[in-house]
Design a protein around this ligand. Structure first.
Ligand code: BGC
Length: 741
């Protein structure tokens, strides 16, 4: 037994994870962080850390550090090498919110399996993904990393992503992870997405009812799918920091859910408990993080994660057994990965992986096509008839931007290939039209820090008023000369993600003005959005005929968007969140409870419409679908019983297309007031013109149960349930189900 050969110091060293940042990467990062690069090699060589987070460029570098660990440390223990592989490693897929918008579970599983195989071939054996935080406030930039607002969709996405990353249908948390897969990590446990005001890292106050019914289901689904690790969050949850929260980490995660894997803290989250006014000093923070259930502390090397833990091992404090339990979870993770037998990069696999790249890109193309959501298409402008346009203008700061086609959370190695919208349209139109591009407004540069964006940009000379006016004039001239305008607007990828909250959802950086000026030319104009949160597009929705939400679509984004605009592919993505009209409405989500005056639901502000701009689950097609004949296998069941719900779906249009059939329920009365609608099933199906099929869903006690504040526990009420099936959360095909005691 390895553990019995370890000294206490060596055991604690296994519980530490530090960043391994290469010099090249540090130089490429935005200015501001001038701290010296710590000498990770000597930490690894002396066995002083159990894991590193790889922020480096090359596979060779990952392999080298593993060689140092295995060859130089006393017990030759390999490293867990972690990285944030959220939407691809070499081959970049749409950002997670986009993958969720595909509502295609097998696609998402497959995409993450590809990401895992590339990451493993590149020396990474642990991804800090999936991010399964429910996000209901789009001011919070990390909405882009998750699956949106809904616990059912979120749980479904969590499950398949864990399977994709780790391989197989594993339900047993001890199952081996082969050389094509990596350990996954559910993050950020738990509630991080509900930060007040949408301000990243701010406090979270959530009732147990909200936690149990809304926030925790994706985590539980991931645990049930056999996830190897869970990452504890940064923020203070209901007064107790998530990384020092015994209730979350012990009572819920371990005792209730039976999680046997490894808990890692977010970056510096244990030490941060001092700053949060919870721990007295670093030693107190280490002690309280560890006792709460954080096995491994992540942090910058200079902050020495778990650097003081050894001092807390004494009678009445941390016991040797506690340390052994945490260390054995770290070693178990390394065992699951087979690292003791095969610590190094398998060159044959790396080569095979490179050979498979065309397939990976083909999947990235499909993923980008499937994730796009057609928000509006009036007058049938889409799909574009290529013969109708000879001069096409692609206008907007993101029309020819590789960076913003790929999106956030990338590695320096991903700075290569990505097809922009301009390139995609040029390829697809070919000789049929002249496709030209102009940005119209200055491309938004990396803000030194988000809140100082404009002032910094101005003082750094990045903002040049004369140039801005000229760029606008040039773009309008191009639009005037063209007979089709594809406007590509959105948010720079540095304005979204971590530490990128916004107080406004307006199109940033002069884009609204560009939009209005282009629209005033009355040319056929299509708006394509590259972004990760719902932006304020109420004006565009009123004045433009067509809007395609393309997210940050990944390396094949431009080709996918061109295929969608020209009808080579038919859009079928659906919104994984409710799209507000205005920032003043947020947080906004479809599964709210009913007010006492349900009739006037869209008139709850005196100064604005209070309904959504687009409902949760919304997304149009170029074809049309009829949903009819909703039936239940029984109209009355007993508590604990189940029922088959089915409906006929027919493609009544002229194009082969996919549709996402959605099932919603509402419990009319019970021990607590239940949401007006709750998603309880969905299926993405493909139908050729005039093809008809029957879609079945099963509703059982598990689906109908909920955590009741009144009962302080899980309940199944005898009640009447409304059941709807339809193409979005406004589904109208209705039936009634009675559940009896
Ligand atoms: C983020 C995590 C991420 C970690 C390591 C943190 O700041 O919150 O999501 O996994 O950094 O990069």
């Amino acid at each position: 037994m390895l553990i019995s050969q370890m000294t206490l110091a060596e055991k604690i060293q296994q519980l530490r994870q530090v960043f391994k940042i290469s010099k090249e990467v540090r130089e490429a990062l935005p200015p501001g962080d001038n701290s010296p690069i710590p000498d990770i090699d000597s930490l690894v060589a002396t066995g002083a850390v159990g894991s590193v987070i790889l922020v480096t460029d090359t596979t060779a570098e990952a392999d080298r550090i593993q060689h140092v660990a295995v060859e130089s440390s006393r017990l030759h223990v390999p490293l867990l090498i972690g990285a944030d592989v959220l939407h691809g490693f070499d081959t970049i897929f749409p950002v997670p919110i986009g993958l969720a918008a595909s509502w295609d579970l097998s696609l998402v599983q497959h995409a993450q399996a590809v990401a895992a195989s590339e990451a493993r071939a590149g020396g990474v054996n642990w991804t800090f993904a999936p991010m399964v935080d429910i996000a209901r406030d789009p001011r919070w930039g990390r909405i882009v990393e998750g699956a949106g607002e809904d616990p059912y969709l979120g749980a479904s996405m969590a499950r398949v992503q864990v399977r994709g990353f780790q391989g197989g249908q594993a339900v047993d948390g001890d199952q081996r992870i082969d050389v094509n897969h990596v350990l996954a990590s559910l993050k950020h446990f738990a509630g991080y997405g509900a930060s007040e005001g949408g301000r990243d890292y701010d406090s979270v106050n959530l009732s147990e009812e909200a936690l149990r019914n809304t926030i925790l289901p994706p985590f539980l689904a991931g645990v049930r799918a056999g996830v190897g690790t869970v990452m504890s969050g940064y923020m203070v949850l209901n007064g107790v920091p998530a990384s020092g929260n015994r209730w979350l980490l012990q009572d819920v995660l371990r005792a209730e859910w039976g999680f046997r894997g490894l808990v890692v803290s977010d970056n510096g989250a244990v030490g941060n408990m001092v700053a949060q006014g919870f721990a007295r000093d670093d030693a107190d923070a280490d002690l309280r993080g560890f006792m709460a259930g954080v096995d491994m502390a992540m942090g910058p090397a200079d902050r020495s994660p778990y650097g003081t833990l050894a001092g807390s091992i004494r009678p009445g404090w941390v016991s040797n057994d506690d340390v052994n339990a945490a260390v054995s979870r770290v070693l178990q993770a390394k065992l699951r990965l087979g690292l003791f037998e095969h610590p190094y990069i398998d060159e044959t696999q790396a080569k095979r992986d490179l050979a498979a790249r065309p397939e990976h890109r083909a999947l990235a193309l499909r993923a980008a096509e499937e994730s796009a959501v057609l928000l509006k298409n009036a007058g049938g402008i889409l799909p574009l008839r290529p013969a109708a346009y000879r001069r096409v203008a692609v206008i907007g700061p993101f029309g020819d931007s590789r960076q913003n086609t790929r999106g956030p959370w990338l590695f320096p190695r991903n700075n290569g290939e990505a097809v922009t919208v301009f390139e995609g349209l040029r390829n697809t139109f070919g000789s049929r039209a002249r496709v030209r591009f102009l940005p119209g407004v200055q491309a938004l540069r990396i803000p030194a820090s988000p809140f100082e964006f404009l002032s910094k940009a101005k003082s750094a000379g990045l903002w040049d008023a004369a140039r801005a006016r000229q760029e606008m004039r040039d773009a309008l001239a191009l639009a005037r000369e063209s007979d089709l305008v594809v406007l590509v607007l959105g948010e720079d990828r540095y304005m979204i993600g971590e530490f990128a909250s916004r107080s406004s959802l307006d199109l940033p950086g002069g884009q609204q003005k560009l939009l209005e000026q282009v629209a005033s030319l009355h040319k056929p104009t299509v708006l394509v959005l590259l972004n990760g949160r719902p932006l304020n597009i109420a004006w565009a929705n009123e004045h433009l005929p067509a809007i395609l939400e393309a997210w940050y679509p990944g390396c094949e984004g431009g080709n996918a968007i061109a295929n969608l605009l020209l009808g080579v592919a038919v859009p079928a993505g659906k919104l994984p969140f409710t799209w507000p009209r205005d920032v003043g409405q947020v947080p906004m989500y479809y599964d709210h409870t009913l007010p006492q005056d349900p009739i006037n639901v869209s008139a709850r502000y005196w100064d604005a419409n209070s309904s959504a701009l687009f409902p949760f689950g919304h997304g149009l097609s170029y074809s049309t679908f009829d949903m009819t004949n909703l039936r239940l296998s029984a109209s009355r069941i007993n508590e604990g019983g189940s029922v088959d719900v089915s409906a006929d779906v027919e493609n009544t249009g002229n194009l082969a297309a996919d549709e996402v059939v959605q099932l919603y329920i509402h419990q009319r009365y019970g021990s607590a007031a239940r949401p007006v609608r709750e998603l309880k099933g969905f299926q993405r199906i493909a139908l050729i013109p005039h093809e008809k099929t029957t879609v079945h869903f099963r509703l059982d006690a598990q689906a109908l149960r909920y955590w009741s504040a009144a009962a302080h526990g899980w309940v199944n009420d005898a009640s009447t349930f409304d059941i709807w099936i339809g193409p979005d959360s406004n589904a109208s095909l209705h039936a009634e189900l009675t559940v009896e005691t």
